[in-house]
Design a protein around this ligand. Structure first.
Ligand code: UTP
Length: 294
């Protein structure tokens, strides 16, 4: 039987250069979609999938993420004295329990692979989920939950993928699809940012993984690849020679909130999906006479 996945790693030490100047002093992962920071969406998704331990790989200027997952007694007391019980309950619901979060520092943003490697001692010798918090999803059940279902059947390493337009493949890492259904197919390889005519598929890796701990030793051996960064994909390619990788083409859609366009689109889509916001938001959109402006 496969070892249960209890721990999730959230790399949050990147510089967020695509979102400057917003991310100069504020972590990208604290940008809000409607009224929740991106990192909260990722933590909620992990919790829904059964994750019990939340590991954050942070860096300079990211202290506010740690505060976000801590209690705020003054605020709680004020909400209570003002009878704002619903807001108070919401705040408490969002928090992982005491002792279930860990924070480590990447010290230098040397790439996603290096950020993951920084979590090695906290994760130890067990499989773990990896969630890139700037990618958020509209999916029911959540994407990690769908991947956990595949993991229970197939064990090994699991990678979430989504279809993109063929003309966009050169912006992504894509997989080589082998046998099996969308819910769990063999991955025979991965290619970072292929040319349209050389792409093995249009199934791109969208920021959700379940990985075996052997990845850490491979990350340690990695030299800097594309862009001078230590790439996760390179280590996954090496691990593929030793262990099975399964792709899950999940039911749902990703929004890349690390890009301005993805972030703006996510705000519209998520606002329209919120029963408490939707009616008022539609009214405001109508007032904008968008058809004239587009
Ligand atoms: P990105 O490549 O999207 O993040 O990494 P970035 O480097 O912050 O952003 P840009 O490209 O400059 O705009 C995806 C996730 O990995 C983390 C980021 O914080 C983000 O959540 N990351 C990236 C690290 O933790 N460390 C790194 O060295 C790089």
């Amino acid at each position: 039987m496969s070892k249960r996945v209890r721990t999730a790693v959230f790399p949050v030490a990147g510089l967020g250069t695509r979102f400057l100047p917003a991310t100069k002093a504020m972590p990208k992962e604290m940008l809000t979609v409607v009224d929740r920071p991106l990192i909260q969406y990722a933590v909620d998704e992990a919790r829904e999938a059964g994750i019990e331990h939340f590991v954050f790989v942070t860096g300079r200027n990211k202290g506010v993420i740690e505060d976000h997952f801590d209690r705020q007694f003054e605020l709680e007391a004020t909400l209570e004295s003002r009878g704002k019980t619903k807001a108070l309950e919401e705040l408490q619901k969002d928090l992982p329990s005491a002792g279930r979060t860990s924070f480590t520092r990447q010290q230098e943003p040397l790439g996603l692979g290096h950020a993951v490697w920084c979590a090695r001692d906290i994760v130890g010798d067990q499989p773990f989920a990896l969630l890139l918090p700037d990618m958020i999803f509209q999916a029911k059940p959540g994407v990690l939950k769908q991947m956990m279902d595949a993991y229970e059947e197939r064990a090994g390493n699991i990678v979430g993928v989504e279809e993109c337009a063929w003309e966009d493949v050169s912006s992504y890492g894509v997989v080589v699809r082998g046998d099996g259904p969308d819910e769990g197919f063999v991955i025979n390889g991965m290619v970072e940012k292929p040319k349209r005519e050389e792409a093995p598929s249009n199934l791109f890796i969208s920021g959700r993984y379940i990985l075996q701990p052997e990845i850490f030793a491979l990350l340690a051996e990695q030299t800097r690849g594309a862009g001078g960064e230590i790439q996760l994909t390179d280590a996954m390619q090496s691990l593929m020679g030793q262990q099975p990788f399964t792709g899950v083409k999940y039911r749902g859609k990703v929004y890349d909130c690390g890009s301005k366009l993805g972030f703006l689109t996510a705000n519209v889509v998520f606002a329209l999906d919120r029963p408490d916001i939707r009616p008022g938001f539609i009214e405001e959109l109508r007032k904008l006479d968008l058809e004239d402006k587009l």
